[in-house]
Design a binder for this molecule. Sequence first.
Ligand SMILES: Nc1ncnc2c1ncn2[C@@H]1O[C@H](COP(=O)(O)OP(=O)(O)OP(=O)(O)O)[C@@H](O)[C@H]1O
Ligand SMILES: [Mg+2]
Length: 238
Amino acid sequence: MSILIENISQQFGSNSILSKINLEISTGNLVALIGPSGSGKSSLLRIIAGLETPSQGRIWFSGKNATLLSIQERQIGFVFQEYALFPKLTIFENIAFGLEIQNKYFKSQVKSQVYELLYLTQLENFLKFYPYQLSGGQKQRVAFGRALAIEPKILLLDEPFGALDIKVRKNLRFWLRNFHEKLPVTSIFVTHDIHEAMEISDEIVLLKNGCVEQFGCPQEFYEHPATTFVQNFLNIAS
Ligand SMILES: Nc1ncnc2c1ncn2[C@@H]1O[C@H](COP(=O)(O)OP(=O)(O)OP(=O)(O)O)[C@@H](O)[C@H]1O
Ligand SMILES: [Mg+2]
């Protein structure tokens, strides 16, 4: 599903958080959203997910106006930085949760779908474990599995690997890229790590004070940084 962000602005009182954001994201792309702390990354994701209503502008999913759709109607998978797993449910039950509350599947269907997700997230051996028995990287994969259970066409990831050490981060980064190849999903992930953005994304959005400073593929960022701010952002990170 493609995502068109049209003239989105967000204001809280006299504070302008996002200002006239325009972005067009093609179906199947993995897009990194980067920028300094407070630049509006999470706010933009929340608006796309329907967790927040923008002051102005519209969101389109494959040509359909999604601005007024509820969170459920948008059918988006969302992964937060803190995995937010249910501690008293097993890994199997955590992943099944999204399917069960939809109340539209038979038990046997839920079971086979969860097995498929456990396979995709490489957690087949952990289905009876509880979250406290898993490592950070494994928990993060459960969070992915749960977000994917509803078969979203759009996946939004807010610093999905933020809490993990560098080695696990690197593994999961490539895992996400591979995994993206296999699924018909369009994803936006927030990261503070420019290397992560450069390595795995098809396109990068750099926000500064609620405005898009540059939008393009990693190569364009390297070869043609639009402003000195972009240049500095790349330099500081390297
Ligand atoms: N509900 C709200 N009311 C008032 N201000 C808000 C609200 N939500 C976010 N903000 C402000 O909007 C700005 C952008 O916040 P946001 O969480 O989008 O930043 P971010 O780019 O995700 O930062 P970080 O990298 O630190 O997570 C911040 O200054 C924040 O204080
Ligand atoms: Mg944030």
